[in-house]
Design a protein around this ligand. Structure first.
Ligand SMILES: [Zn+2]
Ligand SMILES: [Zn+2]
Length: 390
């Protein structure tokens, strides 16, 4: 398995900024909604996991200490909670940590392995980072062009305001777990033919909490967390693409036992317009003109966010020719300048039945004078005569 640094393509000593930049870059590349890669979803998940781990100081230290394999394994066992390894949580790892002889060095082995987050009595209870949440918002292309601020509303689990997250009806309603003395962990040392083995598991009495709630908070039923409707302002940069994600730090699910909140990922949906189409940073517009105007040249009006543009169609323009207006496309999200606006000129062929007599006659004359093999169409002439006689 590729380690998280390689997943993001950064050095092991990369700064948080570099990690964030690398993540944005990769997330854009592999976002399942916009990526061409076959395995985009899988890769996107890996990129996200790598980012969640490396962007969080304590997770990253844990990762560096444990190494890729051990970290992933611990993570898989749910030991690191939602991406945030915590002291007691790590105890869940393997359940039976055995085979290390000699009791004296045990503490050190654990400390080396679990980052010293456990077995210190009292502080055994682990915090874990809250889960990331996902929501989406839809904006107009014009908003994507200018950048905008919009408000999204979503349901988020937060610390219960009544009990402050303790889950207890009052401070007196909590006592230290007598089974584990508050560490949340139960250890046992056994003598086996292989030597002394220490077993460690999450305390069954308090389920790793280290404390017992005698009377639960009525507001949250002892959970310590409640669902609430949240509203947050999202700053959307100019040039944002459909399906791109804006991340708002700390607006995800509340962490457990005072752990940091997760992030909110807001997926930006950009509404299509019927006139201006978007292709990456470029805008596309199609304009129909008559044949004579294509011959003699014309000025056409093209809609644009900064006010309609008058675009010169040069004489002799063929149907399908595209005029490029540099810098009139979408702003580039990161980087400078803007894309282009492409105006495709379509020359319309008139329906002879809809032309008046003069126009038909002129067209006939034009045809005769430019094409020596011209055979007048009898039906067309008949219709022409009908119109003239009428
Ligand atoms: Zn409560
Ligand atoms: Zn306990």
């Amino acid at each position: 398995m590729e380690d998280y640094y390689s997943v993001l393509g950064v050095a092991r000593d990369a700064s948080q900024e570099e990690i964030q930049d690398a993540y944005r870059e990769k997330a854009k590349e592999y976002h399942p909604d916009i990526s061409d890669h076959d395995d985009a979803e899988e890769r996107f998940k890996r990129v996200k996991k790598a980012y969640e781990t490396l962007s969080d100081g304590s997770n990253r230290r844990q990762y560096d200490r444990l190494g890729h394999r051990n970290y992933e394994q611990a993570d898989k066992h749910g030991a690191t909670g939602d991406g945030g390894p915590g002291g007691a949580g790590m105890g869940g790892f393997g359940g039976d940590f055995s085979g290390v002889g000699g009791f004296g060095g045990m503490e050190d082995v654990f400390d080396a392995f679990f980052g010293g987050g456990m077995g210190r009595g009292g502080r055994g209870r682990g915090v874990s980072r809250g889960r990331d949440l996902r929501t989406s918002t839809t904006i107009d292309l014009e908003d994507a062009y200018r950048g905008t601020e919009t408000r999204v509303t979503y349901i988020r689990t937060t610390s219960c305001p009544e009990c402050g997250g303790s889950g207890a009806a009052s401070e007196d309603a909590v006592s230290t777990c007598p089974e584990c003395s508050g560490s949340g962990q139960q250890r046992r040392i056994r003598n086996t033919p292989q030597g002394r083995v220490m077993t460690q598991r999450t305390c069954t009495r308090c389920r790793g909490e280290g404390r017992i709630v005698e009377e639960s908070c009525e507001e949250c039923g002892g959970e310590g967390r409640v669902d609430s409707r949240e509203s947050v302002e999202v700053d959307i940069p100019p040039g944002v693409g459909d399906g791109q994600v804006v991340r708002i730090r700390g607006k995800g699910q509340a962490g457990e036992r005072g752990g940091p909140s997760g992030d909110l990922h807001v997926e930006i949906r950009v509404r299509n317009r019927t006139d201006l189409a978007r292709d990456g940073d470029d805008l596309l517009y199609e304009h129909e003109i008559t044949f004579p105007r294509a011959v003699f040249g014309d000025t056409v009006e093209v809609p644009h966010f900064d006010g309609a543009l008058n675009v010169e169609v040069p004489p002799g323009t063929r149907s399908g020719d595209t005029l490029r207006l540099r810098g009139k496309g979408m702003p580039r999200l990161r980087g400078h300048g803007s894309g282009d606006l492409h105006v495709k000129v379509q020359v319309v062929t008139p329906d002879p039945g809809e032309l008046d007599g003069d126009a038909l006659e002129a067209l006939q004359q034009f045809s005769e004078s430019t094409d020596h093999d011209f055979q007048p169409d009898q039906g067309l002439l008949d219709r022409f005569r009908e119109k003239v006689l009428r």
